[in-house]
Design a protein around this ligand. Structure first.
Ligand code: ADP
Ligand code: MG
Length: 238
């Protein structure tokens, strides 16, 4: 832990990325520089198609890097093997717009699933930790319900619990409040912020949602694959 605090959980520089090859090659990320410190919440905004999700998938080790440097939790992803990337992914919490919970599992089983890759943890302990995490997001009374028996905001809180149960060093969220009403959306991000601040987790969150900008330590914007100047002081609500 101490070791991780000394370097940024996330540091990118000179990142270029293109889809397709030859004639079809289409640059999507251009010279991206970005870092997120421990316990810091950075929001990433920008028009649709500007490359936000692509950037998140590179950082999340879900896709191989092409050019530049991307250091996540102390690991350089440029040149990393698929095996390295799989290992790193276990230390990253992912939250997507649509919670992606499995309908045939209970909330607790959905959360426990994340821990299944870790063979050192028994099933009983996994379920125990999942229940504890669900308690921390205010769902103690709902652990044995399937997603269909939960409201939208509650389902997204299950997704937050799932992202955090493995004690990730960084959380990557892609429009996590897009499908929620204002109150549920704020509840989810405030919860995320409290848990992140208390655990020193870095959060990088893509959002178009003006209702949640106040949780940000910093807001950066992307345009056509580039990080453009941060919003001027005063433009971002404190
Ligand atoms: P954003 O999340 O900001 O909307 P994306 O990263 O999803 O942007 O997309 C950036 C650009 O890359 C878009 O032009 C999109 O059409 C293109 N793109 C996204 N994913 C793929 C893919 N798997 N293959 C080819 N092009 C893609
Ligand atoms: Mg996107």
């Amino acid at each position: 832990m101490v070791e991780l605090r000394m370097t940024s959980p996330l540091a990118l520089s000179g990142v270029n990325f293109a889809y397709g090859e030859g004639e079809l090659r289409r640059p999507v990320l251009r010279d991206v520089e970005l870092s997120v410190g421990a316990g810091e919440i950075v929001l990433l905004t920008g028009p649709s198609g500007s490359g936000k999700t692509t950037l998140l998938t590179l950082i999340g080790a879900l896709r191989a890097m092409q050019e530049g440097s991307c250091v996540v939790l102390g690991k350089e992803l440029n040149g990393a093997t698929e095996r390295d990337r799989v290992r790193l992914r276990r230390r990253i919490g992912f939250i997507f717009q649509n919670h992606n919970l499995l309908g045939f599992l209970t909330a607790r089983q959905n959360v426990a699933m994340t821990l299944e890759l870790d063979r050192s943890v028994s099933e009983a302990e996994r379920l125990d930790r999942a229940a504890q995490m669900l308690g921390a997001v205010g769902l103690a009374d709902h652990v044995d319900k399937p997603p269909s028996k939960l409201f939208g905001g509650q389902r997204q809180r299950v997704a937050v619990a799932r992202a955090l149960v493995g004690s990730p060093g960084i959380v990557l969220a892609d429009e996590p409040t897009a499908a929620l009403d204002k109150a549920s959306g704020q509840e989810v991000v405030h919860l995320l912020r409290d848990l992140a601040k208390s655990r020193g987790v870095a959060i990088l969150m893509v959002t178009h949602d003006p209702r949640i900008l106040d949780i940000a330590d910093r807001i950066v914007s992307m345009e056509d694959g580039r990080i453009v100047e941060p919003l001027a002081d005063g433009a971002a609500p404190r």
